[in-house]
Design a protein around this ligand. Structure first.
Ligand code: A3P
Length: 296
């Protein structure tokens, strides 16, 4: 795929207390004034937590059988617009969402909870949040930043890991993100909080939870079809799900569908990095009931 001409890598800056790059703040006013519809479904995640996985799953659940040509010809980033996305030469997330006529609209965001446009709350929209354990999340983010030209330069692994702990990542601190959404979920029954590790362990069970939450019933045949279609290999080989058609990523450096495993962090963390990480993790997570699994 032709690589897009892009300016040099963007720099991180503080935006209302969260580290961001301009690609996700340039359209801020339009994003904040976005008009949600009551049946919109927002898929919210910290980057690299399984956004594409759940996006593809929801899209197939709703439209896979009724419009098979859609899944076969429209890439995931157009089927599920990325709300705050604003890169020259490509439609913004708001533009894509506004022109969507299908319902429900599926919309993706990486915003921490306090950045979500107010109309999603006013319209009482359903929201699916996906969280992934910090260790696998940071590894995945590192490889993503190596290959994605709209992300800041990742630097080397030790420095990246250090910056992750400091919250100096695009969309801010993983800790603030997962805890912020967890708190919100406690008082908002319209939020379903999922874990990457659960999806990896038992997709059938998680698919049923998602269907229950959304009030969708799939017959046995469609259920197994969706399950199969969201498998890692199926998605990796599907050019409409694997981002191979977007011009901002260099798959020669690292593919978007990289490993899809729980526990790959063990191939990246040294023993001492792991010890130090665990120590800081304990402190940063002391004020939450939220629990993650780093292996299954
Ligand atoms: P890895 O880099 O660990 O492989 P996001 O969509 O939020 O950007 O997350 C991308 C991560 O989810 C990548 O993790 C990717 O491989 C993984 N992923 C995507 N689809 C998956 C699937 N069907 N099964 C397992 N992991 C998947």
């Amino acid at each position: 795929i032709a690589q897009m001409e892009l300016p040099p890598r963007p720099e991180l800056f503080d935006f209302h207390g969260v580290s961001m790059v301009h690609y996700f703040t340039d359209n801020w006013d339009n994003v904040q004034n976005f008009q949600a519809r009551p049946d919109d479904i927002l898929i919210a995640t910290y980057p690299k937590a399984g956004t594409t996985w759940v996006s593809h799953m929801l899209d197939l659940m709703y439209f896979g059988k009724s419009s098979p040509e859609r899944a076969a010809s429209v890439p995931i980033y157009e089927r599920v617009p990325f709300l705050e996305f604003c890169v020259q030469g490509m439609p913004t997330g708001v533009e894509l969402a506004d022109k969507t006529t299908l319902s429900p609209r599926l919309i993706k965001t990486h915003f921490p909870v306090q950045f979500v446009p107010k109309s999603f709350w006013e319209q009482n929209c359903r929201i699916i949040y996906v969280a992934r354990n910090a260790k696998d999340n940071v590894v995945s983010y590192f490889h993503f930043d190596r290959m994605n030209k709209v992300e800041p330069e990742p630097g080397d692994w030790p420095s990246f890991l250090q910056r992750f702990q400091e919250g100096k990542m695009v969309f801010g601190s993983w800790y603030d993100h997962v805890k912020g959404w967890w708190e919100k979920k406690k008082s908002n029954p319209k939020i379903l909080y999922l874990f990457y590790e659960d999806l990896a362990e038992d997709m059938g069970c998680e698919l049923d939870r998602v269907c229950n939450f959304l009030g969708v019933s799939l017959n046995e045949e469609d259920r197994s079809w969706v399950k199969q279609a969201v498998g890692f290999d199926a998605m990796k080989n599907n050019s409409m799900a694997n981002y191979s058609t977007i011009g901002v990523m260099d798959f020669k450096i690292s593919p978007f569908m990289r490993k899809g495993k729980v526990g790959d962090w063990k191939n990246h963390f040294t023993v001492s990095q792991n010890e130090e990480f665990d120590e800081q993790y304990k402190l940063k997570m002391a004020d939450t009931s939220l629990c993650f699994r780093t292996e299954i």
